[in-house]
Write a protein that binds this ligand. Structure first.
Ligand code: ADE
Length: 495
């Protein structure tokens, strides 16, 4: 690969003599040449600029000087160019030449651009200074059939194109075979094809100034390579969600497995079934105006969780009694009940119909076993099964029990990890209110639910009978002690 840089400050590019790029130039892997633009100026002062036509601040670089410089460097004498182009339809058949003009007004230079440029045979950089190069220069070479890329390295303005050329050269050259010592380095790094930022990296000592990886990331030291790879990917997802939501929004859903989706959900993104990309998720306490939407969701999701021996009439009778606007409204208004709802923040096409922004797609209900001033328990609290123990508070004093009464997710969001997020949020919310044991009953045959509860730390402690529309069902009873949490941390909300 040949790299040519045309500039009025050739010394600026001396840094290219250093490091791996310098070594690659030294060993002939890359053929690098820096040219002083003033070589092509004609007057005594070797002038390369003039005042802007139409007025305005600063100076503009002259097209005639640049024309002569680029004709030479691209090996394109002016008088031969038109004839050659007419003859071949393209310049220099078989070789790919690219003229790069760094400018803050260009298209944004990305890793994809670097990968593309790394396949060129020659890249010529035209480094402008002052207010830039006369706009006819890139236009002219484009007309001649030269591939011209006007590139910006970011949304800020530098004093000239030299630093941008250095950035582009480094990003391109390291992708050429033989330039990097370890070619694997380019596979997993940030902005690779995975579309994620790179995971955080660490080395010895394992414990440094109180930052102990054995505690904060034990999996990293497990020696179990698939586990390390999985956890690194999850940290890459968390980091990308935190720093570059724009990249998360562009992830291809087809390349995200169930664990990726769960990691995304924990970081505020959901992938509905059949959606092309992740969508921001919002989780919050329900408001009074959410009640009608919650009733619709509750009545849509409840039948899915029922055992097949229940009749439609039995299920409907149960819903008419327990999943009403009155009941959900009472819960929403009761400070002893935590009703959390999840929704997407954008309209999203999904397999089984579109999901509308703001429409509830998941909810949970935690009911505290606490009496009000009149000595009444909250509406809809099931009797606590005998198998559920209520431990004392860690600091002493009586414990507090709560029932995790509901955790339901719309079928379009199944497999998105939303259940786990609702569960963690329910546990955190219960903990913040001083709950020492959180319990739930779920149908004996609902293996998917049992698995999700176990993943979140619930353990089976017994069974209970539960009535659905006059039919007695056998439920598994599970409990969890919320343990330590940060009660200050608010319910997070998506972007
Ligand atoms: N020249 C001045 N600012 C620039 C930028 N942000 N990118 C590329 N070239 C530039």
């Amino acid at each position: 690969m040949r790299l040519d840089v045309v500039t009025i400050f050739p010394d600026y590019l001396r840094v290219l003599e250093l490091s791996l790029i310098g070594k690659a130039a030294g060993t002939g892997l890359i053929d690098l040449a820096v040219h002083d633009l003033r070589r092509w100026a004609h007057d005594r002062h070797r002038t390369v600029d003039d005042t802007p036509l139409g007025g305005g601040a600063g100076m503009v670089m002259r097209p005639d000087v640049w024309g002569e410089a680029l004709d030479t460097v691209l090996d394109l004498p002016a008088e031969r160019a038109a004839a050659r182009e007419a003859a071949t339809g393209r310049r220099r058949a078989g070789t790919r030449q690219v003229l790069v003009v760094p400018t803050p007004a260009g298209e944004v230079f990305t890793q994809r651009t670097a990968e593309d440029l790394a396949h060129a045979d020659q890249v010529v950089f035209a480094c402008g200074r002052y207010e830039g190069i006369d706009a006819r220069v890139p236009e002219h070479y484009r007309q001649l059939g030269v591939e011209v890329r006007e590139l910006s390295i970011g949304d800020y303005v530098l004093n000239g194109g030299e630093v941008a050329a250095l950035v582009i050269i480094e990003a391109v050259a390291r992708l050429r075979p033989g330039v990097l010592g370890n070619p694997d380095s380019v596979v997993e790094e940030s902005h690779s094809r995975a579309g994620l930022l790179e995971y955080p990296v660490h080395t010895r000592p394992v414990s440094w100034r109180g930052h102990d990886l054995a505690t904060s990331w034990p999996g990293l030291l497990s020696g179990n390579h698939p586990r390390v790879a999985r956890e690194r990917r999850e940290r890459a997802i968390a980091r990308t969600a935190d720093r570059r939501p724009d990249m998360v929004a562009r992830l291809d859903a087809q390349h995200l497995d169930g664990k990726d989706r769960a990691a995304l959900a924990h970081n505020g993104w959901a992938v509905p079934r059949g959606a092309a990309h992740p969508v921001p998720l919002s989780l919050r306490r329900a408001l009074a105006e959410d009640v009608p939407g919650l009733v619709v969701l509750a009545r849509r999701t409840f039948p899915d969780a029922c055992p097949s021996f229940l009749t439609t009439e039995q299920v409907t009778e149960h819903m008419d009694r327990h999943l009403t606007a009155e009941r959900l409204g009472a819960w929403q208004a009761d400070p002893r009940v935590i009703v959390t709802l999840a929704c997407l923040t954008e309209d999203t096409p999904a397999e089984a119909g579109p999901v509308r922004a703001g429409e509830p797609v998941g909810y949970s209900v935690v009911i505290l076993e606490a009496e009000d001033d009149a000595g009444a328990l909250p509406a809809g609290l099931d009797p606590r099964p005998a198998a559920v123990n209520v431990p004392h508070r860690p600091a002493g004093g009586p414990g507090l029990a709560a029932e995790l009464s509901k955790v339901y997710v719309d079928a379009r969001l199944r497999g998105s990890g939303l259940v786990d997020v609702l569960l963690s949020e329910a546990v955190r919310g219960a903990c913040a209110l001083g709950v020492t044991t959180l319990w739930l009953g779920t149908h004996d045959g609902n293996r998917r639910a049992h698995k999700a509860y176990r993943r979140s730390g619930f353990v089976k402690v017994g069974t209970r009978r539960y009535d659905v529309g006059g039919q007695s069902c056998r439920d598994v009873v599970m409990t969890l002690s919320p343990g330590a949490c940060d009660p200050q941390q608010p319910v997070w909300s998506g972007r």
